[in-house]
Design a protein around this ligand. Structure first.
Ligand SMILES: Nc1ncnc2c1ncn2[C@@H]1O[C@H](COP(=O)(O)OP(=O)(O)OP(=O)(O)O)[C@@H](O)[C@H]1O
Ligand SMILES: Cc1ncc(CO)c(N)n1
Length: 299
């Protein structure tokens, strides 16, 4: 069905992602773009910096100037109706402040904030980043997503009890900064299972239990939080969006692949792969023998 003119083209579900570029394609903006698009959204990527990393480890990160972040985001926000914002790792307190200011100017747009494990970073930079996140961005956050032990270290550093804090204990701490909902991932469960719990400070809204795969993945958290933002943007309620996002992530991990020498990446495009059976004419006859020349061919 061709579009007759600009006006007849349908609008889109626009999801803005603030994140760093990850050149390994494991996480960062590449993950956000593929995840948002996979569930039918239009990704609106705002680059906040760049990792230097591979599929095994993060070496370093360069943050963009907050002005560059603000100007990217504001240009698009003035043009398109953005239905949800995802905030990944944005690299500096200045960038967090810029994003919090933008979120304040668009109070009707839900914000999904993701806190990755930052232990690859310098301790003083971690502390400054976490403090700014808590003070500036949490008050603007609709759902905070993070791994159980990552959120524990951040939100309940002085937890004294023998037992680990529950997802609700973490939500109680986050509620002090104005966060209404938490999605706590990677909660160790019996018999090699992993639990993910969606909760407010008052009540646990839902829990999903998944078998633990043998592999160590990278990029799961970015994939999950971007998918969640997109599913919220398309009008699902939070419980429905969470359960669909977890099912999508599980499919991505089940089809995980290892492009390098490090960890396994989620296959965010697993749903688009053809069945083995109808693969026969993937290449039309006559294309054999047309090899791409190496780039150092002498002309
Ligand atoms: N080995 C695994 N087997 C099954 N599911 C997994 C595994 N690793 C991660 N997941 C899924 O991904 C979710 C998020 O992973 P995790 O809690 O490790 O987050 P993270 O440390 O923020 O993510 P990452 O560093 O991979 O981007 C888990 O709750 C679980 O549903
Ligand atoms: C989010 C986060 N990552 C890492 C650490 C420390 O390694 C911390 N305290 N918080």
């Amino acid at each position: 069905m061709a579009m007759q003119d600009d006006e007849s083209a349908p609008p889109a579900i626009c999801v803005m992602a603030f994140n760093a570029n990850d050149p390994s394609g494991a996480g960062g903006l590449a993950a956000d773009i593929a995840a948002v698009a996979s569930v039918g959204g239009h990704p609106v990527p705002v680059v906040t910096g760049a990792y230097t990393r591979d599929s095994a480890e993060i070496h370093d990160h360069y943050a963009f100037d907050d002005e560059a972040v603000t100007e990217q985001a504001r240009a698009v926000l003035e043009d398109m109706a953005v239905q949800a914002i995802k905030v990944g790792f944005v690299g500096s307190p200045e960038n967090l402040s810029a994003i919090a200011e933008i979120a304040t100017d668009y109070p009707e747009i839900p914000v999904v904030a993701y806190m990755p494990n930052l232990s690859w970073w310098r301790d003083d930079l971690i502390d400054q980043y976490l403090d700014a996140f808590e003070e500036l961005l949490l008050p603007q956050t609709s759902v905070l997503v993070g791994n159980h032990s990552t959120l524990w270290r951040w939100l309940l550093p002085d937890w004294g009890s023998e037992r680990a804090p529950s997802a609700r204990d973490l939500a109680l701490a986050a509620a002090d900064s104005g966060v209404p909902y938490l999605l706590v991932t990677g909660i160790p469960a019996a018999e090699q299972h992993i639990e993910n719990t969606l909760t407010s400070a008052q009540t646990v809204l839902g829990s999903g239990r998944f078998e633990r795969f043998e592999a160590t993945f990278v990029g799961a958290g970015d994939t999950l939080s971007a998918t969640l933002a997109a599913l919220i943007a398309s009008g699902n309620d939070l419980g429905q969006a969470t359960s669909e996002a977890l099912t999508y992530l599980d499919g991505c991990l089940e089809h995980g692949f290892r492009p390098g020498m490090g960890h396994v990446l989620p296959d965010r495009m697993f749903w688009a792969e053809p069945d083995d059976d109808d693969n026969d004419d993937a290449l039309s006859p006559g294309t054999e023998g047309f090899d791409i020349p190496p780039h150092d061919t002498q002309h």
